[in-house]
Design a protein around this ligand. Structure first.
Ligand code: NAP
Length: 288
C-alpha cells in the first residue's frame, strides 16, 4: 500500500489486486477449477475492442481463461438471448461480460436481465444492483465503481466518517459508487446536473468522485487543499487531441488536492477488478 502523497496512479492498485486474484486462481486451479470469463460482444466498436484487449491480457496474466462470443451487429434478440442462456447453463463459465451499449435494434434491458446474477461480473443485473444496495447477495458491483473503492483502499484514504461527494448519478458509476462509499461509512452526497452551486458542495468534501462525462469540467473552483479526487471520466478532447478526465487535473492539483490521472488512474484498475470478480465467482461456485 502507498500513501496518497505519492500520487494516485491506478497501476500500483491494480497490481496489488492482481496479486490476490492470482493466489485465488492458483488455489482454484489446484482443485481442478479453471476460472473462466465469457466475453459477449455484438459488433466491433473501437472502445469495446480496446477494453476487450485489456481484459484478455489481464485475465491471461492472472490465469483466467477467456472465451469470446462474437455476434454480428444485426444479430436478432432471440439469438442473443439464446447465447446468454447457453452461457448461463455452461458450468465451465463463471463470469459473463456483455459489452454495452448494444445496438439500438436490441433490447438491452432484457439482455442484461437474462444474465445469471452469480455470473454477472460487471454488475448489470437487478440481482447485482440489489447486492450493491443491500451489501449482500449474488452478483457484483459494476467494475468501474468498485475500481474507485479499490484505489481508495490501496492509497489508504480514510473513508469512515469522511465527507464524500459523488458527481454523477448513473446506474453504472455514480449510484453504485455512492452505495459502496456508504458501506465504507462515509457520509455521501450525490450531485447531478441540477445540483445548485456545485463548487460549494464539492469544496466541502474530503473526497470527490467525478463521474459526469464532461471533459475537464471541474476546475480549480471545485477543489481545495487536502482533498482526494478520483476522476472516473474518460473523454476525448478535440482541442488537446487526447483522452482527458472530468477534472482539469492541472488546475485541481494547483489547489493542493490529490487527483487521480486520466489516463493511468481508475481506468487501469477496472480490468483488475473484472478479473477479481471472475475469480470470486469461481470461488463462490466451488463453495468456498
Ligand atoms: P452518464 O450516464 O452520462 O451520467 C453522467 C452523470 O453526470 C449524470 O448523472 C448527470 O446528471 C451528471 N452530470 C452531467 N453534467 C453535469 C454537470 N454539469 N454537473 C453535475 N453533474 C452533471 O455517464 P456515466 O456512464 O456515469 O460515465 C461518467 C464518466 O465516466 C464518462 O466520462 C465515462 O466515459 C466515464 N467512464 C469511465 C469508465 C472507467 O473505466 N474509468 C468506465 C465507464 C465510464 P443528470 O443525471 O442530472 O443528467
Amino acid at each position: 500500500m502507498e500513501n496518497v502523497s505519492g500520487g494516485l496512479r491506478g497501476k500500483p492498485a491494480a497490481d496489488a489486486l492482481d496479486l490476490e486474484t492470482k493466489e485465488t486462481v492458483r488455489a482454484l486451479r489446484e482443485r481442478g477449477v479453471i476460472p473462466t470469463l465469457a466475453i459477449l460482444r455484438v459488433g466491433a466498436k473501437s472502445e469495446d475492442l480496446s477494453y476487450e484487449r485489456g481484459a484478455m491480457k489481464r485475465c491471461a496474466a492472472d490465469g483466467i481463461e477467456v472465451r469470446q462470443v462474437l455476434l454480428p451487429e444485426n444479430v436478432s434478440q432471440a439469438e442473443l438471448l439464446g447465447r446468454i442462456q447457453a452461457l448461463n447453463e455452461d458450468s465451465t463459465v463463471h463470469g459473463i461480460l456483455m459489452f454495452r451499449p448494444l445496438p439500438k435494434t436490441l433490447d438491452e434491458q432484457a439482455a442484461c436481465a437474462a444474465i445469471l446474477p452469480e455470473k454477472d461480473v460487471d454488475g448489470v443485473t437487478a440481482g447485482s444492483m440489489a447486492a450493491v444496495y443491500a451489501g449482500k447477495g449474488a452478483g457484483f458491483a459494476p467494475c468501474t465503481a468498485e475500481a474507485v473503492i479499490a484505489m481508495l483502499r490501496y492509497y489508504q484514504v480514510p473513508l469512515r466518517g469522511s465527507r464524500a461527494v459523488v458527481v454523477g448519478r448513473s446506474l453504472v458509476i455514480g449510484k453504485p459508487v455512492a452505495m459502496l462509499l456508504l458501506a465504507e461509512h462515509a457520509t455521501v452526497t450525490i450531485c447531478h446536473s441540477r445540483t445548485a452551486d456545485l463548487p460549494a458542495v464539492t469544496r466541502e468534501a474530503d473526497l470527490v468522485v467525478a463521474a459526469l462525462g464532461k471533459a475537464e469540467f471541474l476546475g480549480a473552483a471545485y477543489f481545495r487543499a487536502g482533498q482526494t479526487v478520483i476522476d472516473v471520466g474518460i473523454n476525448w478532447s478535440e482541442t488537446k487531441q487526447k483522452l482527458v478526465g472530468d477534472v482539469d487535473t492541472e488546475a485541481a492539483a494547483q489547489t493542493g488536492a490529490a487527483v487521480s490521472p486520466v489516463p493511468g488512474g481508475v481506468g487501469s484498475v477496472t480490468t483488475a477488478v473484472l478479473a477479481s470478480h471472475v475469480a470470486r465467482a469461481a470461488q463462490r461456485r466451488a463453495g468456498e
